[in-house]
Write a protein that binds this ligand. Structure first.
Ligand code: NDP
Length: 247
């Protein structure tokens, strides 16, 4: 593997499991020191950090409840101060409440917006303060940000539509400082959030021209491209990793 991230420091929110863990390991495998945050999965997060340290990179897992106002900003400032730089931020932490719009409780709505949208806003704003020329921010959205494809997904869709636009806006606003911001929109990816044998799985497979769920590593590869200099002229845009679901 080439070392596209040698000497770089990356922060991945929600790096304890699933897509975030795959992204953290992929960036480290290409030379980055990687800090990952977690909410409830401390053991899993520590295991990912340990795996990364075994690759010869610096890594630590930091508790950061993305639902708490100010928590994401504080972690970004802290990491940039202690490591002396922040080159890559991946806004990945997310929750997926499957609920009908008509019956969605206030607490579900508030928590989802706090994690999926407000924490991303905080991440973008804080990253602007600490990143320099060449910084790269990637937000993990969803194809559900384009359309509420299935019953129960619409509430989640609204947060993923929001993060797409705010991330593209960051690409526009931060570009003059040499910071790029892009959004990756996965289709169905086999994780705890959306297991390939779970609710609506067969329906989702039918909606994907490739006929299968994606793997976290396939999303991580796209993130690594956008984070690296290979994506140096890619800014303020959306990359779909969805097997053609939205073709
Ligand atoms: P998982 O449920 O497998 O993992 C979610 C991650 O987010 C965990 O690391 C979890 O950490 C973290 N997280 C959740 N809530 C919080 C919180 N309050 N504070 C800190 N961390 C939190 O999901 P995926 O890996 O599948 O999803 C990752 C991203 O990809 C999400 O943004 C999701 O919306 C998006 N996505 C996923 C798709 C899929 O089909 N899987 C499709 C499209 C988009 P912990 O366990 O430590 O709390």
């Amino acid at each position: 593997m080439t070392s596209r991230f040698e000497g770089k420091v990356a922060l991945v929110t929600g790096g304890s499991r699933g897509i975030g863990a795959a992204i953290a390991k992929r960036l480290a495998s290409e030379g980055a020191d990687v800090v990952l945050t977690y909410g409830g999965s401390q053991e899993k997060a520590e295991a990912v950090a340990e795996e990364i340290r075994a690759m010869g990179r610096k890594s630590e897992a930091i508790h950061c409840d993305a639902a708490q106002r100010g928590a994401t900003s504080a972690v970004i400032s802290d990491v940039a101060a202690r490591y002396g730089q922040l080159d890559v931020l991946v806004n990945n932490a997310g929750v997926y409440p499957l609920t009908s719009l008509a019956k969605c409780p206030d607490e579900t709505w508030d928590h989802m917006l706090a994690v999926n949208l407000t924490a991303v806003f905080e991440g973008l704003r804080a990253a602007y303060q600490v990143m320099g020329q060449g910084g790269s921010i990637i937000t993990i959205g969803s194809v559900a940000g384009d359309a509420a494809q299935m019953p129960g997904v619409g509430v989640y869709s609204s947060s993923k539509a929001g993060v797409e636009l705010i991330t593209r806006a960051a690409g526009r606003e931060f570009g003059r400082k040499g910071i790029r911001a892009n959004i990756v929109q996965p289709g169905p990816i086999d994780t705890d959030m959306n297991p390939a044998d779970g609710q609506n799985a067969e329906l989702q497979k039918m909606m994907v021209p490739l006929g299968r769920y994606g793997h976290s590593e396939e999303v991580a590869a796209a993130v690594a491209f956008l984070a690296s200099d290979d994506g140096s002229y890619v800014n303020g845009t959306t990359l779909k990793v969805c097997g053609g679901m939205t073709a």
